[in-house]
Design a protein around this ligand. Structure first.
Ligand SMILES: [Zn+2]
Length: 68
């Protein structure tokens, strides 16, 4: 019984690790193709997406935070 409790505790810790990992990845993964990407913006409409360079060009998005 004790072993079971320990196992489920470890499972939930692993589960939270996965969530944290997925949240971190969502900032770096292209929403279109899943390649590594960065936050990009389109036009003056304040529309933000995380895209890789290829998709940002295709969709007319510009990367933000690199203007300086
Ligand atoms: Zn892409």
């Amino acid at each position: 019984m004790d072993d079971r409790n320990k196992e489920s505790q470890e499972t939930s810790e692993r589960f939270y690790d996965l969530i944290r990992e997925a949240e971190a990845k969502s900032y770096e993964t292209c929403e279109c193709c899943g390649q590594p990407g960065r936050l990009a913006r389109r036009g003056g409409r304040g529309w933000y997406k995380t895209l890789c360079p290829a998709c940002s060009v295709k969709m007319n998005f510009e990367f933000v935070g690199s203007e300086e």
